[in-house]
Write a new protein. Structure first.
Lengths: 307, 532
């Protein structure tokens, strides 16, 4: 297992390096620069700014400087937020996105898992149809529709939860964004789990167990759920990374200072260093969660450990 | 055991009571502030959202009143000599920084020097261009010590201008001219404008800045007019999504909104009544022609035909939902001591305008069978798209012009405009920095970096230069009006509408006055009741 983990780690480093290189040159290839605005700057002032951010050096030199700085743990200064380092901004945004992401993930697993199991117990029943249609609705209706509806109901009509913001850092601020983030995942997990659980329950060894009189709950939770979780686990790798690095739409609507918002604003403002920092983090998280998924696969299905 | 628990409870209440009661006494104003400010460094900021906060944190020698008048601020008054070129400011007694240290005239000189120093990279450095030697310093041809601003004593400051500039006192209300606290700058460098580091001289001081979450200010007890400051705390909340900001206003989480969604304007008028503040704003929305490339180079009649074919009233009424004013000239109406210029055809009937547009279009060699084919570029935004679609339809219906609408991401769009290689017609806007026609007219000079139309007219430039030398305000205004008429006649742009400011303001906020620059100082506001 240790050898496997080390192999994956060494395979991840070149992937991150390629990702960083591609992102660096793609950002620079985009027209427009960080200092373009409706208000033009005098040439000497623009030159001073370019020099301050080392944009006056040849592109290959800038790339080498950046890679060297990253290897020393320095992600550089933000172009957009004066006086802030990229690492400071990530350190401020990541915990917010992490808190929301973890809560949304747990909610999605709990509720989505329960719905999936309930629906799979009686495929084709009224309950199954009802739950799956609700799930279809959850997958189909985008965040930017769900979030304002939640605000309208809970913040304006009922007045029991805040409409947005992250000022108080209390749990009330988190409720609506977490629900908005979790809803599509709940629907997706429910549909995935239902399908795979129905397949698992049709396996010969489970038919035998049922014929021998094994109670339904033991049949599902002890024997069927483990193999049925594999597709859910596959989905969870990238989904977790996505949830934890922040959702642009949800953060924008609720005014939450998470990473997703930083990323989009940085790309639009050509904040090269902030974009690269977030891309690097996002890449590392995706690789890490995919690695965790591989480990979980092995734990759930011993046959996979040999391959 | 029970008695110990009771003692603990009473103890806790005793400790918390003063905290709770002091928090409850604090009055709190929550302002929706649009996009996140990029900096709180007065010499480095550029966005409206940053400038809003800067006016609460710092104070210049002057300030702008709600009616547009320039009032003394850190300076208690000034004398003008040498035909309007020499200003001597007398500072108020006992001015202090927010840390209690004395604020002197040399701090203001340091702020001005820092603003024009190219190493600072100030986006508003050119605003201080009227000060003698400022341009040479910004251009890297002279050291900052050459700036013609001197501290005569700790309370007296003298500034020499290169030419008489009647609006100069209003420039000193702009944050770019605010003083800087040297020790913080020396210690923290670029990162000095952050909580715990920023020392300011305005009515408020910075206590918290969570990027993308809030900027919180608390009243500055060392401010000279603290006794007349009413609100204890001000929170500026980033609200880049206007629809979400409106929801938060409805949920009573915001007292003043930065904007309102255009499409909801009629419903909001009904719902909020007097809470909706709509007032003329010093901004212009226009389409520029690239007059250095075909088909518009040297074809004034073709440009005029396209301008005449646009029904501005319809755009303002139906597309903008009444949240704009139809525009025909370059300088918005309402600018102090100036008569905004409009072309003669501005008063024509729609029928006459269309008829003249058709005549000019035909005279340029175009017809329904041989239509003009052009590209209209705009930066990606729903409102820009709606306006472009309507204008393209008007051109098609009236003249038969085939218009390709091209939307581009903002930075790409700005870069294309600046290059002037492939642009033909493009969306643009300009917001005035100060209440003077030169804030608009300078944009059209050949030397201005934001003249993306590439319109170069020697007579126009000469008129602007002559006006700059003119000490008599009436003669100066006449020269500027002539310059504007010349630009409007040659039509390198199509004025479409003048901006209006549009805020929702809760009834509990008192002292809010709409004004042309949309400048509001929190110290002038009051709250009917405290908020948590």
């Amino acid at each position: 297992m240790l050898a496997f983990a080390l192999r994956r780690l060494f395979a991840a480093l070149p992937t991150l390096f390629v990702l960083l290189t591609l992102a660096f040159f793609m950002m620079r290839a985009a027209p427009g620069g960080p200092f373009d605005s409706e208000r033009s700057l005098p040439p000497q002032i623009e030159a001073a700014l370019r020099s301050e951010y080392q944009l006056d050096a040849p592109l290959w030199r800038q790339y080498l400087n950046y890679v060297e700085a990253v290897l020393h743990g320095d992600l550089g200064p933000s172009f957009q937020y004066e006086g802030y380092r990229v690492s400071e901004l990530i350190a401020a945004g990541l915990p917010v996105s992490l808190a929301l992401g973890v809560c949304a993930l747990l909610l999605a697993l709990l509720v989505g898992g329960a719905i999936g199991v309930l629906a799979a117990r009686r495929p084709g029943s009224v309950l199954d149809h009802l739950l799956m249609n609700l799930a279809l609705l959850g997958v189909s209706v985008p965040n930017y529709v769900v979030a304002p509806l939640l605000i309208l109901l809970f913040a304006i009509v009922l007045g029991c939860l805040p409409a947005g913001g992250w000022r108080h850092r209390d749990y009330a601020d988190m409720v609506l964004p977490v629900v908005a983030l979790a809803l599509p995942q709940i629907a997706y997990i429910a549909r995935l789990l239902r399908a795979s659980l129905i397949d698992a329950l049709a396996m010969p060894y489970l038919r035998t167990a049922r014929a021998k009189g094994l109670p339904e709950h033991l049949l599902i939770f002890r024997h069927a759920l483990r193999p049925a979780l594999l597709p859910v686990i596959s989905h969870l790798g990238p989904a977790t990374a996505g949830l934890m690095t922040g959702s642009v739409v949800v953060e924008q609507i609720f005014g939450i200072p998470g990473l997703g918002r930083y990323f989009v604003q940085a790309a639009l403002n050509r904040d090269y260093t902030l974009v690269l920092g977030v891309v690097l983090l996002y890449g590392a998280l995706i690789l890490a969660f995919n690695f965790v998924v591989d480990l979980l696969y092995g734990a759930l299905d011993p046959r996979l450990r040999r391959t | 055991m029970r008695r110990r628990a009771l003692h603990c409870l009473v103890g806790c209440i005793a400790v918390l009571l003063p905290v709770c009661s002091s928090a409850a006494m604090d009055s709190l104003l929550r302002i929706g502030n649009g996009p996140e400010p990029e900096s709180l460094d007065p010499q480095r900021m550029s966005s409206v959202s940053a400038l809003n906060i800067a006016r609460d944190l710092g104070e210049g020698l002057t300030r702008i009143a709600a009616d547009g008048r320039v009032l003394p601020a850190a300076a208690q008054g000034w004398q003008i000599a040498d035909g309007g070129r020499r200003y001597t400011f007398e500072l108020r007694d006992h001015l202090h920084w927010s840390n209690g240290e004395a604020l002197t005239a040399s701090d203001f000189v340091d702020g001005l020097r820092r603003a024009v120093d190219p190493a600072t990279g100030s986006p508003f450095a050119q605003l201080l261009s009227p000060i003698a030697n400022a341009d040479a310093i910004t251009g890297g041809k002279a050291p900052v010590s050459m700036l013609a601003a001197w501290a005569l004593s700790p309370t007296r400051l003298q500034i020499l201008l290169k030419q008489p500039t009647p609006y100069f006192p209003s420039l000193l209300a702009h944050p770019v001219s605010f003083p800087v606290y040297g020790p913080a700058l020396a210690r923290y460098g670029r990162g000095f404008a952050r909580p715990g580091r920023l020392v300011s001289n305005g009515a408020y001081q910075l206590v918290d800045w969570q990027v993308q979450a809030q900027v919180e200010l608390r009243r500055n007890a060392h401010y000279w007019d603290d006794a007349d400051t009413h609100i204890d705390r001000v929170q500026y909340l980033p609200t880049d999504d206007i629809a979400s900001e409106l929801q938060r206003y409805r949920a009573n989480e915001i007292d003043v909104s930065s904007e309102i969604p255009l499409v909801q304007a009629p419903a909001l008028r009904t719902q909020f009544g007097a809470q909706l503040h709509v007032a003329p704003y010093l901004g212009s929305y226009y389409y520029g022609f690239n007059v250095q490339q075909p088909p518009f180079a040297g074809r004034r009649d073709l440009r005029l035909a396209l301008s005449l074919a646009i029904d501005r009233e319809l755009i303002v009424d139906k597309v903008m939902n009444g949240l704009a004013l139809p525009a025909y000239g370059w300088v918005p109406p309402g600018v102090a001591d100036y008569r905004a210029q409009s072309p003669a055809w501005a008063s024509w009937s729609r029928q006459k305008s269309v008829s003249e547009a058709k005549r000019l279009y035909a005279a340029c060699g175009y017809s329904k069978d041989r239509p003009l084919r052009i590209e209209l570029r705009y930066n990606t935004h729903d409102d820009h798209k709606r306006i472009a679609t309507v204008i393209a339809a008007m051109w098609k219906q009236t003249l038969g012009v085939e218009t390709s609408l091209i939307n581009e991401e903002n930075k790409v769009f700005l870069a294309q405009r600046r290059l002037r290689r492939i642009t033909q017609v493009f969306r643009a806007s300009w917001i005035g920095d100060y209440d003077d026609p030169s804030s608009f007219l300078d944009v059209l000079t050949a030397r201005n970096g934001r003249n993306d139309m590439g319109w170069h007219d020697q007579t126009y430039d000469a008129l602007i230069d002559s006006a700059a030398q003119q000490a008599d305000p009436r003669r100066r205004a006449a020269l500027l009006e002539r310059a504007e008429r010349r630009a409007v006649d040659d039509m390198p742009f199509i004025p479409i509408y003048w901006y209006v400011s549009k805020h929702l303001v809760k009834p509990r906020v008192r002292g809010w006055h709409d004004n042309l620059l949309d400048v509001h100082y929190s110290k002038d506001l009051r709250l009917d009741d405290p908020a948590d």
